[in-house]
Design a binder for this molecule. Structure first.
Ligand code: GMT
Length: 375
């Protein structure tokens, strides 16, 4: 049994989902898990006797202009490392979590190993900033082991930060019990979708990098040839702009804005196709969630997306901004039920063979063993 600390951003988002699901699966295998986060991870909604939550409280002293999250986190990490005698502290995001973990390791008396997982945004967005660049590089190089969620992210990290450190690729995974195609009976009806209409879905946090407008433009072309509805799931900074575009294209009756949703697998279960046309995406956990529910995907030739979608087998890869091609592939697939059925089953098969949670969790455990035996 290992004692493992986990730090992540606990709110909705792929990295928080992966960190929490990993903690749950490790606990189910008999390990003791200590989440050190600013709030309870949103997926942690059951009682697990071997999962503990240590809250990072922010100090609002008048002397601080801003509450120092990073310092509060480092000091909580040091406290938990010593009190619980952690073997591993696994942090998600180099900036700031790896940097905090390294500081905590310096402060703590008990020896702990730091494992850092890179999810992308710290590298592809913050890594561009010269002031942060050195800090991220430090966080990565001082960690005992580093993982990234795709080959593409390893390459980008190596190039952008000139890092000379081994990084293992450990892909995203899903909880297969939750992400499977379900009997949805009347969900389509509840949303006013006719049985003969195809359902296209997009799920994201509506940040600029997700290019949701491209999804709308592609759908505009698709719906001229295929009787269909578009489900938009999520919320974020671009939401108002996207609403405006839908209005201006007069697509209000065909585009359903669902906002943030909890039971995404129910919505995936009524979907025929998923679109993810991002300009940055280190893996695209939402693609794997879709594939696991038998939904083929069309995604851009960006970041880790081509490592998830197999072009011509589980969906299609298009160049960034190529709306015509996206629509042409979608129409071809949606108009050919045999092909669609084949892609659905191939998607499920790929999700279950290449990205199965048991295998991915094992890869993390093997890495922990490697790090612990190298001391
Ligand atoms: O996609 C986001 O904006 C959220 C972000 C996060 O921090 O949760 O997701 C990143 O991590 C996920 C889990 O590893 C990946 O599946 C997403 O591709 C990655 N997002 C980006 O690279 C933009």
């Amino acid at each position: 049994m290992k004692k493992i600390g986990i730090t992540c951003y606990p709110t909705v988002g792929g990295s928080g989902v992966i960190a929490t699901e990993l903690g749950i699966q490790l606990a189910e295998q008999g390990h003791e898990i200590h989440f050190i986060t600013s709030s309870i991870p949103f997926r942690l909604n059951h009682i697990y006797p071997t999962i503990f939550y240590h809250e990072v409280e922010l100090n609002h002293y008048p002397v601080f202009q801003y509450p120092p999250y990073d310092l509060s986190l480092a000091s909580k990490m040091a406290e938990v490392i010593d009190r619980e005698k952690l073997d591993i502290l696994h942090v998600h995001y180099a900036m700031p979590h790896a940097v905090c973990a390294i500081l905590a390791k310096e402060i703590a008396q008990h020896d702990v190993k730091i494992v850092t997982t890179l999810h992308g945004t710290d590298i592809t967005v913050l890594g561009i900033d010269r002031t942060f660049k050195k800090m991220i590089k430090y966080g990565i190089e001082q960690s005992d082991a580093v993982t990234a969620v795709s080959e593409s992210l390893v390459e980008q990290t190596t190039d952008m930060l000139e890092i000379n450190k081994e990084m293992s690729v450990i892909y995203n995974f899903v909880n297969e019990k939750e992400y499977q195609k379900k009997e949805t009976l009347n969900i389509k009806q509840q949303y006013g979708i006719q049985q003969d209409e195809k359902v296209i879905i997009h799920i994201s946090n509506f940040r600029k990098v997700k290019r949701v407008n491209d999804v709308i433009h592609a759908f505009n072309l698709i719906q001229r040839q295929v009787k269909s509805k578009l489900l938009l799931v999520g919320d974020g900074p671009e939401y108002a702009d996207v609403c405006q575009l839908v209005d201006s294209l007069r697509l209000q009756d065909q585009v359903l804005f669902l906002g943030k949703q909890k039971n995404v697998s129910d919505l995936l279960s009524i979907s025929d196709l998923k679109l993810l046309l991002s300009e940055k995406e280190s893996f695209g956990l939402v693609l794997l969630e879709a594939m696991s529910c038998e939904v083929p995907c069309i995604g851009t030739n960006v970041g880790g997306i081509p490592e998830v979608i197999r072009h011509g087998e589980t969906g299609y890869i298009v160049e960034l901004g190529d709306i015509e091609k996206t629509a042409a592939y979608a129409v071809h697939l949606l108009n050919n039920q045999d092909l669609l059925n084949r892609f659905s089953l191939q998607s499920l098969d790929r999700a279950r063979t290449h990205f199965h949670s048991k295998e991915i969790v094992k890869q993390y455990l093997d890495l922990y063993d490697q790090v612990l035996s190298s001391s």
